[in-house]
Design a protein around this ligand. Sequence first.
Ligand code: GLN
Length: 256
Amino acid sequence: MKTLKKVAALLAAVVMSSALFTGCAKQKASGTIVFGTNAEFPPFEFVSSKGIIDQYDGIDIAVAKQIGDDNNMEVKIENMEFDSLLIALKNGQIDAVIAGMTATDERRESVDFSTTYYVAKQVMIVKEGSDIKKATDMADKKIVVIQGYTGETCVKEMGYKYEAFKKGTEAIMELVNGKCDVVVIDSATAQKYIGDNKGLVIVEDDTAFESEEYAVAVAKGNTEMLNKVNATIEKMLKDGTINELSAKYAESDDAE
Ligand code: GLN
C-alpha cells in the first residue's frame, strides 16, 4: 500500500512537472519568424514612427504580425533592397518574404508562394495634362520604373527604353521635377504617391497590364512555413481583416 502511494505520488509529480514544463513553453514565444521586406512600398510596407513592428508599418507588416501571433512566435522584420529579397530567402537569412510581391512564373521557379492576399496591376503615373492616355503612348517618352519590380518587366516586354530607380519615391521625384514623363508602378502604391504629390494622375490601361497577385514567398519546399502563412492569410481573407487593413492603410497618411 505504502509503495503504491509512493508510486502514485511520484507519477503525480512527473505529470505535474511535465504540465508545468509545457505551461512554460507556451508562455514564451516558440521561436522567431524573420520576414524580409523592402519598406519603400506604401501602403504595404513603409517606415513610420507609429510602426507596429519596430519602425515598420503597413498591410504586409500587419499580416506578418498576425502570422507570428497565430503561431505564438516572435516576428522580426529585415528591411533590404527589393532585388535582394529572394536571394536572402534562398540563403536562409530570412524565413519568408512579405513585400507586395507578385507571384510571377519566373519567381515560382525559385520559391514557393502562399495563397494570394491582394490583387493589383501596373498603372502609369503622369503629370496632369500629359498626352499619355494608354500604354503605347509611352513609346517615345521618358519612362521610369523601379528596379526589379514587375513594372520593369512589363516595360521591358513592351520593348520600350526606360530608366530604373531603386526607390519609388526617387522615381516620383523625377516625374515631379519634369525629368521623366511617366512612372510605371503597382496600383495601390501609385494611389499613395498621387495623394502625396499634387499635379500627378494615374492612367490605367487594362489591355496592356494584366492583374498581379501578391503572395508571401517561402523557400522552395518549406511546407511548414508555407502552412503557417497560408492558415493566417486564409483566415484574414475569410473574416474580412485583409479588406479592412487595405482600406485603413489606403487612407492613412503615416508613411514618412
Ligand atoms: N508587385 C511588384 C513586384 O512584385 C512590386 C513589389 C514591391 O515593390 N514591393 O515586383
